[in-house]
Design a protein. Structure first.
Length: 115
């Protein structure tokens, strides 16, 4: 708003009459007052306000912690499931390796008997 007022003031000042110059100054002043009024003024906070803000902050942090713990437990259970699946695959692989070894030994024994 301030920039608009200043740009209008600049336009009117470029060869304007005294009325237009006056209007431009008033517009610029009004725009400045509006901008100044929109700024948040920091005042003194009461202890009750500070306490309420601290409680809000604490509650937000507790909620964040609860969310983080929930995500952690989900990830932990997912990790446990993956580890269990990995163990099952390793056990199945070991069984297959043992079967393969037994079959190779059986093939070798049969070839020896056949020769």
């Amino acid at each position: 708003m301030s920039a608009l007022g200043q740009s209008l003031a600049a336009l009117f000042n470029r060869g304007a009459t005294s009325f237009q110059k006056s209007l431009a100054r008033k517009l610029a002043r009004a725009a400045k007052n509006i901008d100044d009024g929109n700024k948040k003024r920091q005042g003194v906070k009461s202890n009750a306000q500070k306490l309420a803000e601290a409680k809000e902050s604490r509650d937000a942090l507790r909620e964040d912690i609860a969310n983080a713990n929930d995500k952690l437990s989900k990830l932990q259970s997912k990790s446990d499931k993956v580890m269990q699946d990995t163990g099952n695959v390793k056990a199945a692989l070991s069984q297959e390796v043992a079967k393969t070894r037994a079959l190779k030994e059986e093939i070798a024994r049969l070839e020896d008997e056949h020769d």
